[in-house]
Ligand binder design. Structure first.
Ligand SMILES: Nc1ncnc2c1ncn2[C@@H]1O[C@H](COP(=O)(O)OP(=O)(O)OP(=O)(O)O)[C@@H](O)[C@H]1O
Ligand SMILES: [Mg+2]
Length: 298
């Protein structure tokens, strides 16, 4: 197959590994910077140029689109879809996954467990908003936060209120959740490919923190997710329409709860923790699922 990887930087671990795995399997593969793809849209057909040259004929595209370029990146990916390329993660699925509130609503609507979450706009409603959640501790999360930055734990109602006031003053978007104390600073990352959990790692927060992000000094090891955990991860990816996803779960008294579904899950931490060739699994999935190219390019 002729494969494109949409990535801003071909030196990133995940991008390098996907290229390597595709070449090992005899596919033709090229890394394209989504910001250098430009698009012609017309009722007669769709065209695309890359750094001054027309490009077409890709059987499949693997998007590795960073959060900061979601909008342009998903437009480029949609153009590939309109030109007949297969992608395990369609543009609409990435857009759904990137919007935390929408994602929570869609998952909860399908009965997938998550920490109870509240969200509101007007400062006059803060006290009642918190009463909808229940007593602290609360976890307050910035919508734009990643890697644990912007995730705060408040232990008293007055602390929740003052953090919320401060965030409102900065015009930040955030949501507030019940704190799952029994997770004891650990979460699970399930790597889902083609409707199957192909690897799981357990991340543990460093001493004195509740956030298990590896970038915050958390440690990871390979584990086997339970049947209920695997089912939750697979369903969460399916509800959002993602063929490849990193689903973060925490273990609670009422079963696994989904924290986040990542549409561009990194390969480095989980390949290292599990010793598995996950890039190979992604390429094999794409190679098996892609169709001969539909011709509707201009
Ligand atoms: N409701 C909660 N109860 C207990 N621990 C939580 C809760 N929410 C998050 N955590 C812990 O904090 C960590 C970071 O939270 P989360 O994954 O939601 O934010 P992030 O990593 O900053 O953002 P993202 O994963 O969206 O990039 C989680 O991995 C988990 O260990
Ligand atoms: Mg996270």
């Amino acid at each position: 197959m002729k494969l494109a990887i949409l990535s801003r930087n071909s030196k990133l671990y995940s991008t390098r590994r996907l290229v390597e795995a595709a070449r090992e399997r005899g596919h033709s593969v090229r890394v394209l910077d989504p910001l250098r793809c430009y698009l012609r849209i017309s009722a007669e057909g769709f065209g695309m140029h890359y750094k001054g040259r027309p490009i077409a004929g890709y059987n499949a595209v693997i998007p590795r689109i960073g959060a900061s370029i979601t909008r342009y990146g998903t437009a480029v990916l949609r153009q590939f879809e309109l030109m007949g390329s297969f992608t395990p993660n369609p543009s609409d699925a990435i857009a759904r996954a990137r919007d935390k509130l929408r994602c929570h609503q869609l998952l909860a609507a399908q009965g997938i467990g998550l920490p109870v979450t509240v969200f509101g706009d007007n400062p006059d409603d803060t006290v009642d908003l918190l009463s909808m959640l229940g007593p602290p501790p609360h976890v307050i999360k910035l919508n734009e936060g990643t890697q644990g930055a912007g995730v705060m734990l408040t232990e008293k109602p007055s602390a929740s209120r003052s953090v919320i006031e401060a965030l409102r003053g900065l015009y930040a978007n955030f949501l507030v959740q019940e704190f799952i104390a029994e997770a004891r600073g650990a979460d699970l990352r399930c790597f889902v490919v083609g409707g199957e959990v192909v690897a799981t790692m357990r991340r543990q927060a460093p001493k004195g923190d509740f956030r298990s992000n590896l970038h915050r000094g958390g440690s990871a090891r390979a584990v086997r997710a339970s049947a209920a955990e695997q089912a939750a991860a697979v369903r969460a990816a399916a509800v959002l329409g993602l063929g490849v996803a990193g689903v973060d779960l925490i273990r609670s008294r009422r079963g696994p709860l989904v924290l986040e579904v990542n549409a561009s899950p990194g390969l480095e931490g989980i390949e290292e923790a599990t010793g598995l060739d996950l890039a190979g699994r992604v390429i094999d999935h794409v190679a098996a699922a892609h169709q001969p190219l539909r011709r509707n390019a201009a």
